[in-house]
Design a protein around this ligand. Sequence first.
Ligand SMILES: [Zn+2]
Length: 322
Amino acid sequence: MQKQYTIGVDLGGTTITAGLVDENLKIIEKVTCDTNLPRPSEEVEQSIAGLCRQVAEKGGVSFDQIRWVGIGTPGSVNGPEGIVEFNANFGYNNWPLAANMQALLGCRVYIENDANAAAYGEYIAGAAKGAKYAVAITLGTGIGCGVIIEGKIFSGYNHAGAELGHMVIVNDGRPCMCGRKGCWEKYASARALTEDTREAMRQHPDNMMWGLVGGDLSKVNAKTAYDGMRAGDPLATEVVKHFTDAVGCGLTNVVNIFQPEIVCIGGGISKEGETLLAPVREYIDREEYARDSNKRVTLKTAQLRNDAGVVGAASLGDQAGY
Ligand SMILES: [Zn+2]
């Protein structure tokens, strides 16, 4: 029998990536292009179609061996109907992405929110493999989240669910672009850690972290405070503790709500590994409601990193209910 493949597309605000994925959920080939926003949705569709054909060709696979194409896109995505209902970054509303791509490619097309697709990737082939109840968190500019319940992506009644980054952890706290104050991502994203590190440095012009960035605040990133902590600096240690407590506070809420078997954390900062995870685990162990249960959540780093979105999107057709 002819081998079968799927294609997963990670549609981002800056780049579009398409990956050719085999039956073992391994990425065989990957191609990327710029998203080039702002431009009309028809042009973005043409770019996606071009990448899909290109990646199949690069992998030596004819398009009739492609079982389906899955696309992870930002926004509120009505997966079953194939419509991106709202996407602020792209400026398209009620975008019938699945039907349009199906017409261009001549194969089945599934779509999903990008964070949900990445979580599905970790569930189907990564850190949360086989865990029917799992949560994938990405600490980046904001906090990206995907929730898997009974092996399926949870997205709520209106497909805007699982926005855990906009759960308030400090009442009347820092203002967020969502309109609320004190959202989790204002304290526990990589960007929040970077900004808090800068602020601590501004207040302490003699601090050793200035030396780590050559005196240039624009070179501060989420790793700076961790590097300072490793060098034994008390201020850096305090910044990291503040950040870790914020991650732990939000995650404990998440665990209390979903009681997942696995929570995995991705994003560049997850490279800190146990340095990041151990204190967060301690926080959860101390405060989680079901801490005496013999079934406890396992906290780990995400495995597929940047490939989670592609693998998850490529696997969307496997999701029951589609
Ligand atoms: Zn918010």
